[in-house]
Write a protein that binds this ligand. Structure first.
Ligand SMILES: [Zn+2]
Length: 260
């Protein structure tokens, strides 16, 4: 039984009504996914502090693993629907990789359109990076939060060769990167710009402010795994964002396969 089906059964039981109400508008998008049961290890079914599921979808089983994470900042919902559209598209094609997609890493924040999780912690400052800095918004220690601990364990388990994390920002859209990811970032930005004509996608090597304890710092700089930070524009229309994401991910996968 797929994880999504399991979660919906919980919804029917009524114990997660707030969370279910929040994701109800996109439930129809999941119907094609539910018709193709996915083998999911129970260890990967995580619940947040408020009891919402962190849903992970596994697509394909060939080649290297690509991890895509949506929703790390709940105030940046522009990537959520495109991530679901991406899952649907990738399930319909023969992938040259195993794609693992965390639909929404911060569902408690997404419900409130809050950057932080329900304990007020920024999930992109809570990673065990060498530049981690403890604090109220960062957590007193790395991986203090359920959401980051879960995704940390996921990374250890699936050993991705490329990680793509979805955000949005007023100065978007652009592709930022950490680690040995320049060629992937260039491929993503070029493809996204062609697919999403209403926006001017570009490469941005530096966010312009420090990001201690970020997943980019940990995965890219400390582990040396290429990682892309996709910054959609704030208010980015869903169709354009989805087209950009699909084209960008395809181009990045092409780059990964070509480099092997
Ligand atoms: Zn963000």
């Amino acid at each position: 039984m797929s994880k999504r089906i399991g979660l919906c059964a919980v919804c029917v039981a009524g114990s997660l009504m707030v969370g279910c109400a929040s994701i109800a508008p996109v439930s129809a998008e999941h119907m094609p996914v539910e018709t193709k049961p996915v083998e999911v290890e129970r260890d990967n079914l995580a619940l947040t502090y408020e009891g919402r599921g962190i849903v992970t979808q596994y697509i394909g089983d060939n080649g290297p693993t690509v991890l895509i994470i949506g929703g790390i900042h709940g105030s940046e919902p522009e990537g959520l629907a495109p991530a679901l559209a991406l899952i649907k598209e990738m399930r319909a094609e023969e992938l040259a990789v195993r794609a693992v997609v965390v639909e929404d890493m911060n569902p408690d924040g997404s419900v409130k359109l809050s950057r932080y999780n329900s304990r007020g912690v920024d999930l992109n400052r809570n990673w065990p990076a060498s530049n981690f800095s403890p604090g109220f918004r960062h957590g007193e220690e790395p991986l203090s939060e359920i959401e980051t601990a879960h995704c940390f364990a996921l990374i250890q388990e699936i050993e991705p060769e490329l990680v793509i994390v979805l955000h949005s920002i007023h100065s978007g859209p652009f592709v930022n990167y950490d680690g040995p990811a320049l060629s992937y970032a260039e491929a993503f930005a070029t493809a996204a710009d062609i697919a999403d004509r209403s926006r001017n996608w570009r490469l941005q090597a530096d966010m312009g402010y420090p990001t201690p304890g970020s997943i980019g710092s940990y995965v890219g700089e400390d582990l040396g795994i290429p990682i892309l930070t996709i910054e959609f524009d704030r208010g980015h229309e869903e169709g354009g964002a989805a087209a950009a994401l699909l084209a960008g991910v395809r181009a990045s996968i092409g780059e990964l396969i070509a480099g092997r």
